[in-house]
Design a protein around this ligand. Structure first.
Ligand code: ZN
Length: 302
């Protein structure tokens, strides 16, 4: 099945009141885990890459790998750029055949300093004009998501304003809107407070699929309530990293014990990268499958 635009996947989700997970891939194992889980669950999928991954690997290498996996999957999948910060970065990913793009115009390219509303509209509209000629979906962001090391202040605007959201969608032509409703990137310290009333107010005025970032650690009942109120795309990144870390730590502990035993017996120690990454990949796959079921998209790819 060829790549599809995320608008196609999310319009159906929006109409039928479920959400599709957008999971971050950084290498072969994460991509295999994410796509494998979606295939197992017969779920539509958004697999995404952030621009900061460019510091780790070339985007064309990663995109080529993901596309091979997608080609054999047999379910609708969109390939999405998560948090593109500049027009130039977005163009680079469009050239690689991404079918969905986020332009995060809420912050400056440094990812910390806020852009003004006018600056956000300007960069977002510019991206929409190009992306739409290619049939590519565009996600914009209004309001400021919580983030580790970034305190929400008055200046940052914090939660998304419903009236401004209407204006933003009209002025930019975005297909999807990421809203700030109290969720935070990274891990929460304590229980998050999700502003369901704010989400309801936004939904009553804006009729495009809404996106929740900072999905990791948001209690399942809050996630379900948010989906009922119009969230159709939920980004999950940290939860996959935690699953990887926990599995890897267990593998390393077991290997250390086996090495000590080998030393005692005077036998050579064994090292096998596949035996280390395999269990971590399985743990990530189980984590993604569990999220897919919570989001209600399991079985929707039939
Ligand atoms: Zn995000």
């Amino acid at each position: 099945m060829p790549l599809v635009a995320s608008k196609e996947i999310l319009t159906k989700a929006h109409q039928e009141h479920y959400a599709v997970g957008a999971f971050n891939a950084v290498n072969m194992e994460t991509a295999q885990a994410i796509i494998g889980a979606a295939v197992d669950e017969r779920s539509p999928l958004i697999i995404q890459v952030t621009q900061t991954t460019l510091k780790y690997t070339e985007p064309d290498e990663l995109a080529a790998l993901i596309k091979v996996l997608i080609a054999g999957a047999g379910i609708p999948i969109a390939l999405h750029l998560d948090h593109g910060r500049t027009f130039e970065v977005v163009m680079r990913f469009l050239k690689l055949g991404f079918t969905s793009i986020m332009i995060d115009g809420s912050l400056q390219p440094d990812g910390k300093t806020p852009r003004s509303y006018e600056q956000n509209v300007e960069v977002t509209r510019k991206v929409v004009e190009v992306a739409h000629t290619l049939g590519v979906t565009v996600e914009g962001e209004l309001g400021t998501l919580g983030q580790i090391g970034l305190e929400i202040t008055e200046e940052l605007g914090a939660l998304t304003d419903p009236d401004q959201a209407v204006q933003f969608v009209e002025e930019t032509g975005v297909d999807l809107l990421a809203v700030a409703i109290g969720t935070t990137h990274g891990l929460y310290r304590g229980k998050p407070v999700i502003a369901h009333d704010r989400l309801r107010a936004i939904r009553s005025k804006v009729d495009i699929p809404l996106v929740m970032h900072g999905g990791t650690g948001t209690p399942d009942e809050d996630v379900r309530a948010a989906i009922e109120l119009g969230i159709a795309k939920i980004n999950i990144d940290t939860q996959i990293r935690v699953a990887f870390y926990d599995a890897m730590r267990e593998v390393v502990h077991k290997m250390e014990a086996a090495h000590e035993e080998a030393d005692r017996r005077g036998e050579p120690k064994k090292y096998d990268i596949r035996a280390m990454l395999g269990p971590a990949r399985d743990a990530m796959r189980a984590c993604v499958a569990e999220r897919i079921r919570i989001f209600g998209s399991a079985g929707k790819a039939l």
